[in-house]
Design a protein around this ligand. Structure first.
Ligand SMILES: CC(C)(COP(=O)(O)OP(=O)(O)OC[C@H]1O[C@@H](n2cnc3c(N)ncnc32)[C@H](O)[C@@H]1OP(=O)(O)O)[C@@H](O)C(=O)NCCC(=O)NCCS
Length: 355
C-alpha cells in the first residue's frame, strides 16, 4: 500500500476588475536610472505584449482584501473536495505582501492571513494550525511540498494550501515592470489516502541561490526621482536568465527522483510570469533531452489574461484546467504533470504529480 498525497479539491478567485494594457497609456514611465521614457506609450504597451505575452491582468475588487480572495478560493477548494472543513488539519497560505486592500498600500501582517482564512471558513478545530509561508513566487508550490511532508508524517488528513497575492496597490506607476503583475488567489486541498497504486505527489525539488541573486527582486526606490518610499523592483533580465537556467534543472531532478522520463509528462504547469520565458524553459527541457514536442500542447498558459499574479498563478491555472476553462488542456486519471516555479530569493522548485 502507498500513502499518497492527492489533490481532492481546487478553487480560484479571479478578481472581476480587468485591467487591459490600454490602462497604462497615460502613465509617465521612467527608466531604472531615473530618466523619463519619451517613447509613445502605445509603443510601450505594444513592447510589453511582445516581450511578455501579457494583454491584461486583474486587480483586486473594491470591498475585498487579500484574505477575502484567499477565503473565496479556499471555500471553492473545500467544497470541491467534499470534506467537512473541521477535518482540515492545517492551512498553509503563501503570499509576499501581506493583507492588502485596493485603496490602501499599507500591508497588514497580523493576524496572519492563513488565520484569517480559517476564521472566515468558520473552522473551530484548534488542531488545524494555520500559518503563512513567504517564499517569493514559488511560495504556493513550496507550501504544497510542506503540506505533502506533513501528510506523509501523519500530522493531518487534509491540508488546505492557498496562494494569495495583491500587488496592485503597491505597484509603481512609473516602472514598466509594474505592468507585468496582477492580483488573485488559488487554493488546493491536499489529502492523505492509502492506495495500492502510487499517485499524487511523486517527487519534488527546491533550490535557493542567495548570493548575488538575493536582490534580483527587491524593494527599492521609485524609478521617478524624488518619489518617497520603496517599491517592488526587479532586475528583469537577471530574473529571466536565472529562470531559464535553473527551472529545467529542478524539473529534471524531480523527474529523476520520481523515475519518470520527461517524455511521459502531459503538461508543465509553470508559474505564469512571462510567456516568452515559459516557452524558453520548456524548449530548453525538450532540447536538453533531444525531444521534439508541441510546446503549445505541453504548456498551459494564463499569463496573457492575468499577468503574473505571483503565488496565485499555479493553483489558478490548475483550477481552470480541471474546470474545463482552458481548452484544449485537460487532465485525466493517470496523467503525469510537472509543477514548477521561480521567484524572489532567488528560489526555483518543481513537483512531479500523477492524477
Ligand atoms: C522584464 C522583462 C519583460 C524585460 O524583457 P527584455 O526582453 O529583457 O527587455 P529588455 O530589458 O531587453 O528591453 C527591451 C525593450 O523592452 C522594454 N521593456 C523592458 N521591460 C519592459 C516592460 N516591463 N514593459 C514594457 N517594455 C519593457 C525596454 O524599455 C526596451 O525598449 P527599447 O527596445 O525601446 O529600448 C523580462 O526580462 C522578464 O520577463 N524577466 C523575468 C521577469 C519575471 O519573471 N519576474 C517575476 C519573477 S517571479
Amino acid at each position: 500500500m502507498h500513502k499518497n498525497s492527492i489533490i481532492t479539491g481546487t478553487g480560484a478567485h479571479i478578481p472581476s476588475r480587468k485591467i487591459t494594457n490600454e490602462y497604462f497609456l497615460n502613465h509617465r514611465f521612467y527608466k531604472k536610472d531615473g530618466t523619463p521614457i519619451v517613447k509613445d506609450n502605445r509603443l510601450v504597451v505594444a513592447k510589453l505584449e511582445e516581450i511578455s505575452g501579457i494583454t491584461e491582468r486583474r486587480y483586486i475588487d473594491f470591498g475585498h482584501d487579500s484574505a477575502q480572495m484567499g477565503y473565496l478560493a479556499s471555500k471553492q477548494a473545500v467544497e470541491a473536495a467534499g470534506i467537512d472543513p473541521e477535518t482540515i488539519g492545517g492551512i498553509i497560505l503563501a503570499h509576499n505582501f501581506g493583507n492588502l486592500r485596493p485603496d490602501d498600500p499599507q500591508p497588514h501582517l497580523i493576524p496572519n492571513m492563513a488565520a484569517m482564512v480559517k476564521n472566515r471558513l468558520g473552522i473551530k478545530n484548534p488542531e488545524c494550525v494555520a500559518f503563512d509561508l513567504l517564499f517569493g513566487c514559488p511560495g504556493w508550490l513550496q507550501a504544497m511540498i510542506q503540506a505533502h511532508l506533513m501528510l506523509a508524517a501523519g500530522m493531518a488528513k487534509h491540508i488546505l494550501v492557498v496562494g494569495v497575492e495583491t500587488m496592485s496597490p503597491i505597484l509603481e506607476e512609473h516602472d514598466l515592470d509594474g505592468m507585468l503583475f496582477g492580483d488573485g488567489a488559488g487554493a488546493v486541498v491536499l489529502s492523505a489516502v492509502e492506495e495500492s497504486e502510487k499517485r499524487g505527489v511523486l517527487s519534488f525539488k527546491t533550490v535557493s541561490h542567495c548570493e548575488d541573486e538575493v536582490d534580483y527582486l527587491n524593494m527599492g526606490p521609485s524609478c521617478k526621482p524624488g518619489v518617497p518610499g520603496h517599491q517592488v523592483k526587479m532586475k528583469g533580465r537577471m530574473v529571466y536568465r536565472y529562470a531559464v537556467q535553473n527551472v529545467p534543472g529542478v524539473v529534471m531532478d524531480a523527474l529523476k527522483s520520481a523515475d519518470i522520463p520527461i517524455s511521459q509528462i502531459k503538461s508543465f504547469l509553470l508559474h505564469q510570469a512571462n510567456e516568452k520565458m515559459l516557452r524558453a524553459i520548456v524548449d530548453r527541457l525538450l532540447t536538453q533531452n533531444n525531444l521534439e514536442g508541441d510546446i503549445d500542447a505541453l504548456l498551459p498558459l494564463s499569463v496573457q489574461w492575468f499577468g503574473n499574479s505571483s503565488v496565485a498563478t499555479i493553483p489558478t491555472l490548475l483550477t481552470m484546467i480541471l474546470n474545463g476553462d482552458l481548452p484544449p488542456h485537460v487532465l485525466s486519471a493517470g496523467d503525469d504533470i510537472v509543477f514548477g516555479a521561480v521567484g524572489a530569493g532567488m528560489h526555483a522548485n518543481a513537483m512531479v504529480y500523477r492524477f
